[in-house]
Design a protein around this ligand. Structure first.
Ligand SMILES: NC(=O)c1ccc[n+]([C@@H]2O[C@H](COP(=O)([O-])OP(=O)(O)OC[C@H]3O[C@@H](n4cnc5c(N)ncnc54)[C@H](OP(=O)(O)O)[C@@H]3O)[C@@H](O)[C@H]2O)c1
Length: 242
């Protein structure tokens, strides 16, 4: 299936996990892909293996977001697919939540995502597709994930308003909300076997998702096959939210 031929895609946080798998999927389907991330070596390594363009940018930093948008416009003109994927997970009970973790999670997952969308709107082609990476955490209320869940619930809210604001340009905006997916993020949160078992027990299909499965859904939403879909949130969670 090469239904993205001639399309240009930007993926924030494309050097690992879901962003990486989606870069591979979109490229396989014919798109020209640009990935970002903070770690220069990881971005260069991923870009080289995938055969895509890698740009270093911190999506929580407004100057970086502006520079990224200008660099993409300079090198590629306008883009057709924007995947706002860069994100982090940090846990704490509300009672003990440090301001530093609150700010870090909100600055990357929400403020950064918001201004990435905002600054890229002028360089989206009409008929472009935007996908925001949300999470089932916005629905299942996992303890210790209050800030993470709030950051994703906030994304879901702006996704719908963006879909309305951009409909006159036929730009579609949707959200994809995975349940637990085996990616590098799990190592970053210090996933233990006990925690994995506990999380798996909340999933009717009794397993974690794969990054490639999420990538295929994003590939569909980014394509013209989804031309009548906007303002929707797609759960991909093995039934976790039932
Ligand atoms: N895996 C899951 O179970 C799961 C479930 C639901 C939702 N999600 C969401 O899916 C998205 C991708 O997560 P993942 O599981 O693929 O995790 P991952 O493998 O840890 O990937 C996260 C990516 O985001 C990048 N990133 C993080 N902060 C960034 C920043 N400030 N600026 C630029 N890039 C940044 C990382 O690169 P650098 O470190 O180089 O910056 C990395 O490429 C996240 O938004 C996450 O919340 C994941």
């Amino acid at each position: 299936m090469r239904n993205l031929k001639g399309k240009i895609a930007l993926i924030t946080g494309g050097n690992s996990g879901i962003g990486y798998a989606t870069a591979k999927e979109l490229k396989k389907n014919g798109a020209q892909v640009i990935i970002t991330g903070r770690r220069k070596e990881a971005v260069e390594q991923a870009a080289s293996v995938l055969g895509v363009t890698g740009l270093v940018a911190d999506q929580s930093n407004l100057m970086d977001i502006n520079d990224l948008a200008m660099e993409v416009a300079r090198c590629f003109g306008k883009i057709d697919i924007l995947l706002v994927n860069a994100g982090v997970t940090k846990f704490s009970l509300i009672e003990y939540m440090p301001e530093s973790i609150f700010d870090e999670v909100m600055n990357i997952n929400f403020k950064g995502a918001y201004f990435t969308l905002s600054k890229f709107i002028p360089i989206l082609n009409d008929n472009a597709a935007v996908v925001l990476l949300s999470s089932t955490s916005a629905h299942i209320s996992p303890i210790q994930a209050s800030v993470y869940a709030a950051s994703k619930a906030a994304l879901n809210a702006i996704m719908k308003i963006a879909a309305l604001e951009l409909a006159n340009r036929k730009i579609r905006v949707n959200a994809v909300s995975p349940g637990p997916v085996s990616t590098e993020i799990m190592g970053k949160i210090g996933l233990t076997q006990a925690l994995e078992n506990q999380m798996t027990s909340t999933i009717p299909l009794s397993r974690f998702g794969k990054a490639e499965e999420v990538a295929k859904l994003i590939g569909f939403l980014a394509s013209d096959s989804a031309a009548f879909i906007t303002g929707s949130e797609y759960l991909i969670d093995g039934g976790q939210c039932i």
